[in-house]
Design a protein around this ligand. Structure first.
Ligand code: BES
Ligand code: ZN
Ligand code: MN
Length: 510
């Protein structure tokens, strides 16, 4: 039987083997760059000496306007052998892990016509060798990502190999970093693939299937809860948002427990719960969104769930010492004769009643069921990630996400991870005196506050459901996608938060 009789389109999402050949890059650490490469990127400092192999001096490069600023590139074709690509690395005081990631991203894009590339930094970045390997791999793999499975002729040249020149004594450390960078970048690209996939090709049910498949491949215990089970669990938020849809909702739970080299469980250093908003498409529901080009992006309203699922796939490969339980709350938000309407009251997991004053404020409804479920496990902390409010995007733009929470320790750990991964977050206040805006005449709480401080109001709603458990909330509405390639971000879904959550889980201290 066709399991999706109402769908004309088949599910196209299949995580294995990777659908995007761009994600199958082979990264090697080498002691000399082979003459079989298409192009070799060579780091050039501002006013610096240019390696003799390039056949030109800095003054000659400068005649084209090349200054050596970070990320500037200039292609130098050669009569024989690989072309050279001069890559500016900027002034010495700006050479950080984040700037190297972006320098390599700029190089990989300038080399977009080539599939076999090499890079020679010749000591320009004063970073640990492992960090160098990691961020080079991340920069190249993230920058060459393209979402192509629905194009007959994608036209882009996939990156097949990246050779990194390193001194023999550094090779092992660089290689270890490369392995880490590959795991991080591939996880982020999985989140991108999920968020870029059209809503009709990836329903909540499909995402449950994907989670089972990737979970099995990455040592996770996965449980997918269907509509009947969600009724039994009392998840009235997720069910209420789903009420207008012909698609069933899914709550996807994934568990990671650390193991030793033989696969035997070891005592975790801490227990972290992650919650992701998985609105497969957000039409607004009965509070239908007005026509606006931005709504094309509402297929990415599951970017939080995608980041959590993708992050989970990296934990066992990285031997993360923290146990992590994840909850993905998945449904679309559709208007119809059966949809939740304004004034309806939903009963969430745990019994709290919510008056729905706007069906477009659906994220907080689905998240709150999960925050209650997560709290029941008494984890050391809960972190949720959600494309929650236009207000967060208005306040911080597309580069920086909002972080709010009830515990400065967890917030500070999230900020530290965001610095390590260059996924910038900025704390907004959880101003408790605004909570009264969410009071309802008929229920325990309403899902709409006043006109101002929308990101804070949404977080105050969530705060009611985590009790005393240390909690941080990431609002990634602005950072979930970009309109054009920039730095490590490739056009389309950014996978924002995936690497941050991995880093947080690895380094988490209760
Ligand atoms: N998914 C949207 C938020 C969003 C907006 C994400 C732009 C990405 C880009 C969310 O469900 C929403 O509709 N929020 C409303 C809340 C309001 C009705 C209280 C918003 O921000 O306008
Ligand atoms: Zn939404
Ligand atoms: Mn909405």
């Amino acid at each position: 039987m066709n399991p999706r009789p109402h769908k004309l389109i088949p599910p196209t999402f299949s995580p294995t083997p990777s659908r995007s050949p761009e994600n199958a890059v082979g990264v090697l650490v080498v002691s000399d760059l082979s003459s079989n490469l298409d192009v070799i990127g060579v780091a050039i400092e501002p006013e610096g000496t240019v390696p003799a192999a390039l056949g030109v001096d800095f003054a000659t490069l400068a005649r084209t306007g090349f200054t050596g600023d970070a990320g500037q590139t200039l292609l130098l074709p050669q009569q024989n052998g690989p072309s050279y690509l001069a890559v500016g690395v900027g002034a010495a005081d700006g050479r950080t892990a984040a700037s190297l990631r972006d320098v390599v991203a700029a190089f990989a894009r300038a080399a977009a016509k080539f599939s076999r590339i090499g890079i020679d930094l010749h000591g320009t970045f004063p970073l640990a060798q492992e960090t160098i390997g990691q961020v080079i791999a991340e920069g190249a793999i993230l920058a060459r990502y393209r979402y192509t499975p629905l194009k007959a002729d994608p036209k882009n040249v996939p990156l097949v190999s990246l050779d990194i020149l390193a001194a023999a004594g550094d090779a092992q450390a660089v290689t270890e970093g490369v392995r880490r960078g590959e795991i991080l970048a591939r996880a982020a690209n999985l989140a991108r693939d999920l968020a870029n996939t059209p809503p009709g090709h990836l329903t909540a049910t499909d995402l449950g299937d994907v989670a089972i498949e990737v979970g099995a491949a990455h040592g996770l215990a996965v449980e997918v809860f269907d509509k009947q089970q969600l009724i039994e669990l009392g998840c009235g938020g997720l069910l209420g948002v789903n009420a207008g849809s012909v698609e069933e909702p899914r709550m996807i739970q994934l568990r990671y427990t650390p193991t030793d080299a033989e696969g035997a469980p070891v005592e975790p250093t801490a227990h972290l719960a992650l919650v992701g908003k998985g609105i497969m498409y957000d039409s607004g529901g009965i509070s239908l969104k007005p026509s606006d080009p931005m709504h094309l992006a509402m297929k990415m309203d599951m970017a939080g769930a995608a980041a959590v699922l993708a992050a989970m796939t990296a934990l066992s490969d990285l031997s993360c010492p923290t146990a992590v339980t994840a909850f993905l709350m998945c449904t679309d938000n559709m208007p119809s004769g059966s949809a939740t309407v304004l004034g309806d009251v939903l009963t969430l997991r745990g019994g709290t009643t919510v008056e729905v004053k706007n069906t477009d404020a659906e994220g907080r409804l689905v998240l709150s069921d999960a925050l209650v479920l997560a709290s029941e496990e008494q984890p050391d902390a809960i972190v949720d990630i959600a494309t929650l409010t236009g207000a967060a995007m208005m306040a911080l733009g597309t580069k920086t996400a909002a972080v709010l929470g009830n515990d400065q320790g967890v917030i500070d750990q999230a900020i530290a991870s965001s610095k390590a991964t260059d996924e910038s977050i900025w704390q907004l206040p959880l101003e408790r005196s605004y909570r009264k805006q969410l009071d309802s005449d008929v229920a325990d709480i309403s899902n709409m506050g006043g006109r101002f401080a929308g990101a804070t109001i949404a977080a105050l709603f969530l705060a009611d459901f985590v009790g005393e458990i240390p909690w941080a909330h990431l609002d990634i509405a602005g950072t979930m996608q970009v309109d054009a390639d920039e730095s490590w971000r490739s056009k389309g879904a950014t996978g924002f938060g995936t690497r941050l959550l991995i880093d947080l889980a690895e380094n988490f201290q209760k």
